[in-house]
Design a protein around this ligand. Structure first.
Ligand SMILES: [Zn+2]
Length: 352
């Protein structure tokens, strides 16, 4: 679906894509994310994108396009096109006859305007430089802070300070070199983010933050740097669904059902507590007090946000919700999983 997005995803100077260009793609992505996570229709898209770690299409596509614009800058074809365009432009300029402008279309003058891709390339380079400046500043500040702390601890004479200052200068230098982009063919498993990746991640974060404003569910409470995918790793589909529902709190418990005006539902819990919320079910409700000990000990915490924010806790909570059978639509999946399938033969492979 994103075929050629590096070309058609190029944006104008403002950096945003026209809505009409991504509308259809956005819809497909939303539907897919809902299926993958098993989330309800009412779950905000920003929460789905965050849980699945899939950026919004109107951020991802311009990112692809600007990455491509930078990559192609040194290509022979790019240079050939640029030379040809310049030649056309200067030939038009040269042909302008002096003093004979009447009746003719005005001739171009001044420097050749940038093509769309050239403008995109320049914008991408500006973004890269902006991020690099911020990084450099942060790095220097960190080194300076470390150095100052060292001076404070050691105290000492002026001479010693001077010596340490020199050492710190050296360190600053080596640190700068160490942070230079590596050009060898060596590939790291966790490769460092490129400035453009950082720039577009910051844009996504900004949009997400606006959505997260005032949200109480764990997904909104977590800091942006928390990695969401590891929370789901190793879970079966229905368990991952349960976890997503717990983290977004768009979940078929009475408190939420009542909040969206489902008929004949009251927010209260069967235990007669006034609201059946995620917090109530996991940490308070006496109906599940028997199972709660397991939850706490396996999750390694008694705090709801903490449980749902670590891989260990989150996976425990997802499985726990299935075992308790609180959500009717996940109960069947839980029963199937517990069924003894030892005497059943697996499906034969197709090519046998
Ligand atoms: Zn209760």
């Amino acid at each position: 679906m994103l075929y050629g997005a590096q070309i058609w995803g190029i944006t104008d100077g403002s950096g945003t894509m026209p809505k009409s260009r991504v509308k259809a793609l956005k819809k497909v992505q939303n539907q897919s994310l809902r299926k993958v996570l098993g989330a309800y229709k009412r779950t905000p898209t920003a929460a789905l994108e965050r849980e699945a770690a899939v950026p919004p299409s109107n951020i991802y596509i311009p990112h692809l396009a600007s990455q491509r614009a930078v990559t192609t800058s040194g290509f022979p074809a790019t240079e050939a096109i640029c030379t040809a365009l310049n030649d056309v432009w200067t030939s038009l300029e040269r042909r302008r006859p002096a003093g004979r402008t009447r009746g003719r279309r005005p001739r171009p003058h001044g420097p050749r305007p940038s093509t769309i891709i050239e403008a995109a390339r320049q914008a991408a380079i500006r973004k890269t430089k902006q991020i690099e400046r911020v990084q450099e500043k942060a790095r220097n500040a960190a080194i300076r802070k470390e150095f100052e702390a060292e001076i404070l601890t050691v105290g000492g004479t002026l001479g010693r300070n001077q010596d340490m200052r020199n050492r710190a200068e050296d360190r600053l230098q080596t640190d700068r070199q160490r942070n230079e982009p590596q050009t060898g063919g060596h590939r790291h498993k966790h490769k460092k983010k490129t400035p453009l990746e950082i720039w577009y991640d910051a844009l996504w974060r900004k949009r997400w933050k606006q959505q997260a404003e005032g949200g109480t569910a764990t997904t909104w409470q977590n800091p942006w740097t928390l990695q969401t995918v590891p929370l789901y790793e190793g879970l079966q589909k229905h368990e991952a669904t349960a976890l997503c529902l717990l983290r977004t709190e768009v979940i078929g418990l009475n408190a939420w059902l009542y909040s969206v005006n489902v008929p004949d539902i009251l927010p209260r819990c069967e235990c007669s507590w006034s609201t059946q919320s995620v917090l109530h079910v996991l940490c308070v409700c006496p109906l599940y007090s028997g199972q709660r000990g397991d939850l706490y000990s396996q999750a390694g915490s008694r705090d709801l946000t903490e449980i749902l924010s670590t891989p260990r806790g989150a996976q425990t909570a997802g499985r726990w919700l299935i075992r308790c059978g609180i959500l009717p639509h996940l109960r069947l999946a839980g029963q199937i999983q517990q069924e003894d399938t030892g005497d059943q033969a697996p499906f034969p492979e197709l090519d046998q």
